[in-house]
Design a binder for this molecule. Structure first.
Ligand SMILES: [Fe+2]
Length: 409
């Protein structure tokens, strides 16, 4: 730990002398020995777009912070994360958007966290800056090949999270898709957001070095604190949790199916999902026409609730409203597969005339088959080159293979 203190001081001194850090930040470094220097929480990379990404990390108390980044380990640039003129200040989480990146570039970055005491409106002061180790990741962009891992319905279950993470680390994809239902049940307290989204103290977080693409699940919209989710998982676009991304030869659309319990009889009538899906339909029509997607050799869609299900009479098991609004657009756009979760039971349906794309559904939140998790937790492993996209659904703990598909471009 003593070395860590020296490392932080040396790093900040070097940055200050290089003119990278603002004077105030460098001046806040204390020289007194600290027997228990704080260790920063691991950052998560989320909301990737072709030219940016958001870094979020948990903090132990009221703090500000920023991200130092660059295309070499020397970093050299700073993202302060100001929104409408205000730099970040929060007691549980910091979120900094890093803009102006090159698609496909390897990016090095680290976080700097500064506790701020704010006892009253006349007195604010900064504490000691804490610098994280330097991490690196590759911003998704067009290229010859891609590897993607998909999780769904982990519901804060440690066994499942450890199993899917172990398999994912072995697979070593450049992108993780977390296909909804992160929270155990609902976001009833703000601490539910910290534990479900940031995973503090629960499991090692791979998303410090691997961008995470989030598709919101129906449980992720439940509870009073679901409205604070964008502080922890910022939206990639101006509104909504839909997204468009290109990674290697794969064009990706993320859609937000919202809630599966709709109407005035549910949750005090605080949802408005059909309007939201209709707004996404307008966005979707323009998104599929963008060259980023339209020219991709392979086209995939991720959404939490499937757009079809083996028992159509199961109300809530699939999203007929999303299917009616979106599937015709997806069919015209040449989408090859829609990958979902939600039912906690694996299912694969081959393309049909009305739905000329595969529907694939991953497993549930437990590592053995149970009533809550008829199929154990799965990872969908996707590997693509220009000609072929291979897709496997694998039970994370047992490694049983549930599906192998090869799609040609
Ligand atoms: Fe679920």
């Amino acid at each position: 730990m003593l070395n860590r203190r020296h490392f932080i001081q040396a790093s900040l001194a070097a940055l200050a002398s290089a003119g990278v850090l603002p004077l105030g930040a460098a001046a806040s470094v204390q020289t007194a020995a600290d027997p228990n220097p704080p260790v920063p929480n691991l950052p998560r990379l989320t909301a990737p777009t072709p030219d940016g990404i958001t870094v979020v990390w948990a903090v132990a108390g009221p703090s500000t912070g920023w991200v130092e980044f660059g295309e070499s380990a020397g970093l050299g640039q700073i993202a302060h994360g100001a929104v409408d003129g205000l730099r970040p200040f929060h007691g549980r989480v910091l979120s900094v958007r890093v803009r102006g990146l090159r698609a496909g570039a390897k990016i090095f970055y680290r976080t700097v966290t500064v506790p701020v005491s704010f006892p009253n409106q006349y007195k604010m002061s900064r504490g000691t800056a804490v610098v994280s180790p330097t991490f690196s990741f590759t911003l998704p962009g067009a290229g010859a090949a891609a590897k993607i891992a998909v999780w769904n319905d982990t519901h804060q279950q440690d066994d499942a999270l450890q199993a899917v993470q172990k398999l994912t680390d072995e697979f070593a994809p450049e992108l993780l898709v977390w296909n909804g239902d992160l929270v155990a049940d609902q976001y009833m307290h703000e601490t539910d957001l910290v534990s479900a989204v940031l995973g503090v103290g629960r499991h090692r977080d791979p998303a410090s070095t691997r961008p995470m693409l989030f598709a919101r699940g129906n449980h992720d919209v439940r509870g009073a604190y679901a409205r604070q989710l964008p502080e922890y998982l910022p939206r990639p676009l101006e509104y909504g949790y839909q997204n468009l991304l290109r990674i290697g030869p794969v064009g990706i659309i993320v859609l937000d199916t919202g809630e599966d319990k709709e109407g005035p009889q549910f949750y005090a009538d605080l949802g408005e999902w059909a309007n939201y899906r209709e707004a996404q339909k307008g966005w979707l029509k323009s998104a599929v026409a963008q060259p980023l997607f339209a020219e991709a050799p392979h086209k995939l869609v991720f959404c939490h609730i499937p757009l079809r299900w083996k028992k159509p009479e199961d109300v809530g098991a699939w999203c007929p409203d999303g299917d009616a609004r979106w599937s015709p657009v997806l069919a015209r756009a040449g989408v090859r597969a829609v990958i979902s979760g939600h039912t906690h039971g694996f299912w694969h349906d081959a393309p049909t005339a009305a739905h000329p794309f595969h529907q694939i559904i991953g497993g549930g939140p437990q590592t053995k088959s149970t009533a809550w998790s008829p199929t154990p937790a799965t990872v969908v492993k996707i590997e693509a080159d220009e000609k072929t996209l291979s897709l496997e659904v694998v039970e994370a703990a047992s490694r049983q293979n549930l599906l192998s598909l090869e799609l040609s471009s």
